[in-house]
Ligand binder design. Structure first.
Ligand SMILES: C[S@@+](CC[C@H](N)C(=O)[O-])C[C@H]1O[C@@H](n2cnc3c(N)ncnc32)[C@H](O)[C@@H]1O
Length: 238
């Protein structure tokens, strides 16, 4: 049985192996890269990769059985521009992203991350200031970060964090919004939420040329704004 949630702060998921470099992952490692954080069973990228043969796609997921099942599907389908890796985004990505050739990272998607509703669990949420800065450092101007959630109390602090960095501009409502998904494939969670008639909150951001603040400054800005990614507002599960 696959666990519903794992605690990314547990010792098991803190002492993960480094991710292999992109040169070891794809048939053509020089292609632009789409990184999907929290790729779960992988159906989103298994559908995206054939639609975008000119891009590599990497799904990073902390639940190992899901990674193994997604990788088995990928191999069966012979997709060489796609890989799924086990890892903890907060532990693995800062160092891995820093090694990417400049300009290679084209798109980062973070879709329906675990909400961790209780205030004392907010630090388990994946989009923390250090990860946002690592993503922003690896994205060249014009490259994109796409966020989705059905939980307003989660998308709000994610947006506050991105905007507090001062390094992104949001796409207009014609490009992305509750009724407009800029991507051609819905994730598993997205399909489930839409089938239930639930809301989907979406934000597409483009990296600007603005320099990034030091981590301590970003955290101080969030604190001054009321908490940001780790805000103290508690949200009851629906
Ligand atoms: C609610 S699911 C959404 C899955 C998929 N993105 C979708 O929209 O259908 C969130 C996923 O993120 C994974 N996850 C949570 N924390 C993570 C972390 N620190 N690093 C990598 N994956 C993580 C979870 O195991 C889970 O599969």
């Amino acid at each position: 049985m696959v666990r519903q949630h794992v605690n990314p702060l547990s010792r098991l998921h803190q002492s993960v192996e480094p991710l292999p470099p992109p040169a070891e992952l794809f048939a053509d490692p020089a292609l632009p890269l789409h990184l999907d954080i929290g790729s779960a069973r992988g159906r989103f990228l298994l559908a995206m990769a054939p639609l975008r043969p000119g891009r590599n796609h990497l799904g990073l997921e902390i639940r190992r059985p899901l990674v193994e099942a997604a990788e088995a599907d990928r191999q069966r389908e012979g997709l060489t521009n796609l890989r799924f890796l086990y890892g903890n985004a907060n532990v693995n990505l800062p160092a891995w992203l820093a090694l990417l050739p400049p300009g290679q990272l084209e798109l980062v998607t973070l879709q329906f991350p675990d909400p961790w509703f209780k205030a004392r669990h907010h630090k388990r949420r994946v989009l923390q200031p250090a990860l946002l800065l690592a993503i922003a450092s690896a994205l060249a101007p014009g490259r994109e970060l796409f966020l989705q959630s059905d939980v307003e109390g989660l998308i709000t602090p994610m947006r506050q964090l991105v905007e507090a960095s001062g390094a992104f501009e949001p796409a207009g409502p014609g490009e992305c919004g509750p009724q407009v998904n800029p991507l051609p494939v819905a994730t598993e969670r997205e399909r489930h939420v839409l089938a239930q008639g639930g809301p989907v909150h979406r934000s597409l951001y483009r990296r600007t040329r603005a320099p990034l603040p030091p981590l301590a400054d970003l955290e101080a800005r969030l604190e001054a704004d009321g908490g940001g990614a780790d805000n103290r507002q508690d949200v009851a599960p629906a």
